[in-house]
Write a protein that binds this ligand. Structure first.
Ligand code: APR
Length: 262
């Protein structure tokens, strides 16, 4: 028996729902020009995360770590949301999607118009002083190639979660609550190699949700908690999904007119 088109199956699962939630990773922003962390083109191929992305490394040599962080600030600053980010905002606007839990620090979900975004690993748009805890908008203090400083003289750290740092407790509480109570969890563009974020699909599955994975590659989740794996790029698959969920007579947003759906 041939398996039905997985995108059609996902559209059937989502139609009429109000309790879908999404978990996103770096893969959703690859088509916005921000490289993922792992894989052949990944950022960790250029910067060893143990030397450039742990709290210990930052405290030992903040200038060095800011070399990597500066590249991320520049990449995030130039990026714009793609059809996948906009597709999730569309699902939220239609009342199908309740929340987006993101591991990304690029702010592209909010830029696409999604309102309920849980930033599990923080956000690049703010800098925090690790001595006096004063906060500054990144764009006000950051100069490419330099380690930005606080008025107290201490070096500033972006408000992101480095390895060895705890997840912001409110983000963790909210994310786990969404996972425990959702009906469908869309897992988009994550290798699920980093915990505790990789536990979110397991919490959802255990609570009875259907886990749908959108990723050109299989991950550890595919063989364990995923009910429906859709092998494709986030923007292509989300674009098709949004079109399939449109009601006859619904107008087509311009960025979806390119998708040739029968
Ligand atoms: N569309 C969908 N998925 C994609 C695309 C795409 N266009 N391109 C790549 N992917 C998939 C890859 O196959 C991979 O499984 O996205 C995933 C990216 O995985 P990682 O680079 O490991 O990123 P992520 O899972 O978000 O990393 C988790 O690790 O480094 C830390 O804090 C960092 O938040 C990050 C966390």
């Amino acid at each position: 028996m041939t398996r039905e088109d997985p995108v059609l199956e996902a559209a059937r699962l989502l139609r009429g729902r109000t309790d879908a939630v999404a978990l996103t990773g770096a893969g959703i922003s690859v088509e916005s020009g921000i490289p993922a962390f792992r894989g052949s083109q990944g950022l960790w191929g250029k910067y060893d995360p143990m030397e450039y992305a742990t709290l210990g490394a930052f405290l030992r040599s903040p200038e060095k770590v800011w070399r990597m962080l500066s590249e991320m600030v520049a990449l995030c600053g130039d990026a714009a949301p793609n059809a996948a980010h906009r597709g999730l905002a569309d699902l939220e606007g239609r009342g199908i999607l309740r929340a987006v839990i993101t591991q990304n620090v690029d702010g592209l979900h909010q830029a696409a118009g999604t309102r309920n975004v849980i930033e599990y690993h923080g956000n690049m748009e703010a800098l925090v002083c690790i001595s006096c805890w004063r906060r500054y908008p990144t764009r006000e203090r950051w100069v490419d190639g330099q380690a930005p400083a606080c008025d107290c003289g201490e070096i500033l750290k972006p408000d992101v979660v480095l390895f060895g740092e705890p997840i912001p407790w409110l983000a963790q509480e909210r994310a786990e609550e969404e996972a425990r109570t959702c009906g469908v969890l869309l897992v988009i563009g994550t290798s699920a190699e980093v915990s505790p974020a990789c536990d979110i699909p397991r919490i959802a599955k255990k609570a009875g949700a259907v886990v749908v994975e959108i990723n050109p590659e299989e991950t550890d989740l595919t063989r364990t908690v995923v009910s429906l794996h859709i092998p494709g790029s986030a923007s292509e698959v989300m674009g098709q999904l949004i079109i399939m969920l449109r009601d006859p007579g619904d107008d087509f947003p311009p960025h979806l007119k390119s998708f040739n759906i029968p």
